[in-house]
Design a protein around this ligand. Structure first.
Ligand code: OAD
Length: 255
């Protein structure tokens, strides 16, 4: 049973979202946690004892592409066993009922699209893309459970066109975000009147800056996160619940 204060805050968040002209939602790894994907900075965030910042860099890839690919292939394999959770589905409902809705995600797992979200900006790329390090040819890999023998082998993929080594189609630390993603996210953060921030530690830039930017443009800032973050003191409402529970209640008030 939720406290009266929390119930009141959820009612308030529901009303703000229902009367919004343009809702912008920024999500992070926390929204996929209840699908079984570990967050980066929580328990299970280490891979073979290494932090993502040690593996998700061009330097790490140049030094040891085998290890970096093993990290990403393990994450791809994990995706075969997971599906969107009620938090992802609630955002679809919110989008369907919204006047205008833009979803900016830092996640590369594709679960928002799988759930049915339409207007999604993937700031950090897509883990199911292979991109050639030489000719930049891209291809999307399938997650068919029966077709995973080659991805299980942790073999480094090579470009079918030029045979150079391929890399995952994600953004690494020290790399620029895709310019069109930044542009679209910036426009949405400028235009929105409600910024809903869900399941991100808000420590990675420029992603977190879209929330502060929206707030400085007079958007109402609502944060859903069981923990506090560097954004919390700026929020109009902080709902300290897991995203599946909080978003389900907001999307479908009787839930
Ligand atoms: P983090 O792992 O840094 O933060 C996850 C956040 O989700 C934390 O603040 C948790 O408190 C919160 N959380 C955990 N479970 C939750 C739940 N069930 N409901 C709601 N919130 C929950 O993940 P991100 O903020 O997404 O970048 O990390 C940002 C970026 O850093 C990632 O995109 C990735 C990473 O290194 C790159 O790889 C470039």
């Amino acid at each position: 049973m939720l406290s009266e204060e929390l119930q009141r805050d959820i009612r308030q968040a529901t009303q703000i979202i229902r009367s919004a002209r343009h809702i912008c939602c920024l999500t992070g790894a926390g929204i996929s946690a209840e699908s079984g994907i570990p967050t980066f900075r929580g328990d299970g965030g280490l891979w073979n004892g290494k932090r993502p910042e040690e593996l998700a860099t061009p330097e790490a890839f140049n030094q040891n592409p085998q290890e970096v690919w093993a990290f990403y292939l393990a994450r791809r394999r994990k995706l075969k066993t997971v599906k969107p959770n009620p938090g992802h589905h609630a955002l679809v409902t919110i989008e369907q009922n919204a006047n205008k809705f833009t979803l900016i995600t830092q996640n590369v797992d594709g679960l928002h699209a799988t759930a049915g979200s339409q207007n999604v900006i993937c700031l950090h790329g897509d883990i199911l893309i292979d991109r050639c390090t030489h000719c930049h040819h891209q291809r999307r890999v399938k997650l068919d459970p029966d077709e995973h023998k080659n991805t299980n082998s942790d073999k480094i993929p090579h470009c079918p066109l030029c045979n150079a080594i391929m890399r995952p189609g994600v953004v690494w630390f020290g790399e620029s975000l895709p310019p069109e993603a930044i542009q679209s996210a910036h426009s949405a953060a400028t235009d929105c009147d409600v910024m809903l921030v869900v399941g991100t530690s808000a420590v990675v830039q420029p992603a977190a800056s879209f929330a502060t930017w929206a707030k400085s443009n007079h958007a109402t800032l609502i944060e859903i996160n069981p923990e506090s973050t560097p954004l919390t003191h700026e929020t109009d409402l902080h709902i300290p619940l897991k995203s599946a529970q909080a978003l389900s209640k907001i999307a479908t008030p009787q839930a």
